[in-house]
Design a protein around this ligand. Structure first.
Ligand SMILES: Cc1cc2nc3c(=O)[nH]c(=O)nc-3n(C[C@H](O)[C@H](O)[C@H](O)COP(=O)(O)OP(=O)(O)OC[C@H]3O[C@@H](n4cnc5c(N)ncnc54)[C@H](O)[C@@H]3O)c2cc1C
Length: 143
């Protein structure tokens, strides 16, 4: 689907907003991301990228870049909280290479998405808190 020249505003520059902004830009839209915070950043630790998430990252053209920053999971082991005994083990090594299960630091994933979005021509504006959206043929946005 082509979106040539369509103006699209994405409220929020998290993982979801940035991925959506890049995907829309890659289809020709003029995209602006409005982020309430003063920086595009992510606190916290790692995030698991499951095969469906990887499909999206691949479709955005960022598969190789993600793999360079991530480590591939070999297994997920569920344990009994009382004694640590293994309840079940998900053998991720059996997934084909194209469907890997990856672990990446959130800050690295967000930087990857933000850099790619900016490079593609997405405008990211900081300190912009969206207060409301009035839907309609010409939607109105209030800050
Ligand atoms: C403890 C925990 C562990 C998780 N582990 C995983 C995992 O391993 N794998 C996985 O796939 N998912 C995981 N998730 C889920 C995943 O973190 C979320 O689905 C994902 O971060 C959501 O991204 P998002 O961009 O939609 O929202 P957010 O990351 O919440 O980003 C929203 C952004 O919008 C901005 N914003 C909010 N309101 C406004 C406004 N009014 N105007 C402008 N900007 C605004 C915020 O400042 C923020 O930057 C986990 C979640 C938690 C809580």
């Amino acid at each position: 689907m082509g979106l040539d020249g369509r103006e699209i505003i994405v409220a929020g520059g998290g993982i979801g907003g940035l991925a959506a902004a890049l995907a829309l830009r890659q289809r020709g839209a003029e995209v602006r991301v409005l982020e309430q915070a003063g920086a595009i950043t992510e606190v916290g630790a790692g995030i698991q990228v499951s095969p469906n998430g990887l499909r999206v990252i691949e479709a955005l053209g960022l598969g190789e870049a993600l793999r360079a920053r991530a480590c591939r999971g070999r297994a997920v082991r569920l344990r009994d909280y009382r004694d640590g005994a293994e309840v079940t083990r998900l053998d991720l090594d059996r997934l084909p290479a194209s469907q890997g299960y990856y672990f990446v630091h959130r800050a690295d994933l967000i930087a990857l998405l933000a850099d790619a979005a900016r490079e593609a021509g997405v405008t990211i504006r900081l300190l912009q808190k969206v207060a409301g959206v009035r839907p309609g043929p010409k939607p109105e946005l209030s800050l």
